[in-house]
Design a protein around this ligand. Structure first.
Ligand SMILES: [Zn+2]
Length: 436
């Protein structure tokens, strides 16, 4: 009964204009959420077991009787991994007729993961994203420019679908050279700019030199951004830069920041989230199960991102719960002489270092101890000794434990300045490379 009522509210919301949708979803009784998730989970699990050869085989092999499973946690140590998608291929996961597909390469393998969707699913994600963007301030009178990479990537499709529900003018630049893009953009003067964080940083640097125009908000997705780089982009445009957290496997959006910029409000109606083996602070690998997909549902998919679920209310007042900022990709966490290290450690060490937005840490061994080579893109390569001094100062002030390990000569930290643009070769930059 509660589930039916909640689903009716949601159905109405999805057919409403974004303003109404956002209001209606806020009216969803909180108790209804758990019931709606449970009902959708059972439906998804049955569909996967009946139609996907991968899940049918996996459940049979493990003796899992799906009709007895009420919650993903009852599936024990069964998970779906990116490697499963690669090695079994998308066909093994299909449960219905697909209309389109997107790909993701990630940072671990050159073999793409392919994920299939229906137009109905695209439209549902579009309306949900439209309601979220409305809450951030996007309106019909805005001009949107998207600089998302269009090659097999899901984000431009979801953005286009969302913008169409809001009804605003929009142009699609694709991911081209920021200077080239700036010359085009200056003619449209977009009030809303979408792009990948590292691209936004370069674009803002060009705008700082050549001139800005009034911008209402910016939205970036596809990777993390250091807070100092975000503040610089916001300073240049005098507008907020919001982050979206998503994956192609999740059809683009898992969660979106609100005006507080303290974690991503998560999409609990479309996903059921878990955290695998959380540490004392609740951080662990994010696991999600899709709840509304009928072409290629994913059961307990390992997101390979380390974060925690935040169930406390957000200061913004929105009822939707959150996911904390992503700390690292789980395959980028390393245990080394420095300590238990992830990309956020270097982000924090480099915070406040002028023009150090791109970096990569390469781990090797001198035979006895770990050597960490922190490569930082910098304009003046001659400034390397100065750069190293700042990095060491920050290490001492901000990570006393890691500093102590250095005092004990448990590792060597080298800082190398490299030319601008030399680290990033693909869409994503692998932050920590373990070559030991
Ligand atoms: Zn909030």
């Amino acid at each position: 009964m509660l589930v039916r009522l909640a689903e009716q509210i949601e159905g109405l919301a999805l057919r409403s204009a974004p303003a109404g949708a956002a209001r209606l979803m806020g009216a969803l009784p909180p108790a209804a959420l758990a019931s709606i998730q449970a009902a959708r989970f059972r439906r998804t699990l049955k569909l996967a077991a009946a139609r996907s050869s991968f899940y049918r085989e996996a459940f049979r092999h493990r003796g899992i009787q799906v009709e007895r499973i009420e919650h993903p946690s009852q599936l024990g140590d069964f998970y779906t991994t990116g490697e499963d998608l690669r090695s079994h291929g998308a066909d093994a996961f299909l449960t219905g007729r697909a209309d389109t597909a997107f790909e993701t390469t990630g940072t671990t393998s050159p073999v793409p993961k392919r994920v299939f969707f229906s137009t109905r699913e695209l439209n549902a994600m579009g309306t949900a994203s439209a309601a979220a963007l409305y809450l951030l301030g996007l309106r019909r009178e805005d001009t949107v420019m998207s600089a998302f990479d269009c090659s097999f990537w899901v984000s431009p499709a979801v953005a286009r679908s969302a913008v169409q529900y809001i009804g605003c003018f929009h142009v699609e630049a694709g991911k081209i050279d920021p200077l080239d893009c700036y010359n085009h953009a200056a003619l449209y003067r977009p009030s809303v700019i979408l792009g990948e964080p590292s691209w936004m940083v370069r674009f803002a640097a060009i705008a700082a030199e050549r001139g800005t125009w009034p911008v209402k908000l910016m939205l970036a997705g596809g990777e993390n951004i250091a807070e100092s780089a975000r503040r610089e982009v916001e300073r240049v445009w005098s507008a907020p830069l919001y982050l979206n957290y998503g994956q192609t496997e999740a059809f683009g959006s898992i969660g979106l920041e609100c005006r507080e910029q303290q974690g991503y409000h998560r999409n609990d109606l479309h996903f059921l989230f878990e955290v695998d083996r959380p540490d004392a602070e609740g951080y662990g690998e994010l696991i999600y199960t899709t709840l509304t997909r009928d072409v290629m549902p994913l059961i307990r998919y390992r997101a390979s991102d380390v974060t925690r679920l935040i169930d406390e209310p957000c200061p913004c007042g929105l009822f939707v719960r959150r996911i904390a900022r992503i700390r690292a990709r789980s395959d980028e966490m390393v245990v080394c002489g420095m300590g238990n290290v992830g990309p956020w450690v270097f982000d924090e060490i480099l915070r406040g270092v002028p023009s150090a937005d791109e970096w990569q840490a390469v781990l090797t061994s001198d035979g006895r101890f770990d050597v960490i080579d922190l490569r930082v893109e910098s304009d003046g390569v001659a400034g390397a000794p100065a750069l190293e001094r700042i990095v060491l100062d920050h290490l001492r002030e901000r990570f006393p434990d890691f500093w102590k390990n250095r005092d004990m000569r448990l590792y060597t930290l080298r800082v190398t300045a490299v030319p601008r643009g030399s680290l990033r070769t693909g869409r994503k930059l692998r932050r920590i490379v373990d070559e030991r």
